[in-house]
Design a protein around this ligand. Structure first.
Ligand code: SF4
Ligand code: SF4
Length: 162
């Protein structure tokens, strides 16, 4: 499978081994982002990195695992409920103080993570799935110029491959 390297900037401690082992200079860029055009996916940087900051990702992503309508609908309902719970917890956090406020913030975060899990299970796991593209099209038509531009770029970068 053809791959290319990506760097997790939060883990990278900067300017060390990958710069020396990369045969093409792809790892050594001004903005710290590995140059995808130069990367040949050899993996030398990932093996050398002491911080495990580099991963190899496929050039062509696998298709999204198909979901039945029943699963998608159930997961959508679950996600909706979790988002409502998250919003309620955020409201309570804003109205509370100290430890109680922190508690409600944790509840909100937990609900957010559960909603994201449910959405992934419902068919929104991979950005190149048709479900995610339908969502991006909605965002592109939402009237928010910045969001529309980003949605358009994502759709162009990751064509549907269901
Ligand atoms: S995978 Fe190979 S070519 Fe790509 S950045 Fe890492 S060392 Fe360089
Ligand atoms: S080897 Fe790892 S930690 Fe060092 S510069 Fe490269 S990505 Fe960053």
């Amino acid at each position: 499978m053809k791959t290319f390297a990506v760097r997790n900037l939060r883990l990278c401690t900067k300017d060390c081994l990958c710069l020396y082992v990369c045969p093409t200079g792809a790892a050594d860029t001004e903005n710290s982002v590995i140059d995808r055009q130069k990367c040949i996916g050899c993996g030398a940087c990932a093996q050398a990195c002491p911080s495990a900051a580099i991963s190899l990702v496929p050039v062509r992503m696998p298709p999204q695992q198909p979901k039945t309508d029943g699963v998608a609908a159930a997961m959508g309902e679950l996600a909706k409920g979790k988002v409502q719970a998250e919003n309620a917890a955020r409201t309570l956090a804003a109205r509370s103080e100290g430890a109680l406020s922190q508690f409600y913030k944790c509840v909100a975060l937990s609900c957010r993570l559960s909603a994201e899990d449910a959405l992934r299970e419902g068919g929104y796991m991979l950005p190149q799935s048709s479900a995610v593209h339908a969502l991006l099209k909605d965002i592109a038509l939402s009237g928010d110029e910045r969001a529309a531009e980003i949605a358009g770029r994502l759709m162009a970068m990751l064509p549907v491959n269901d």
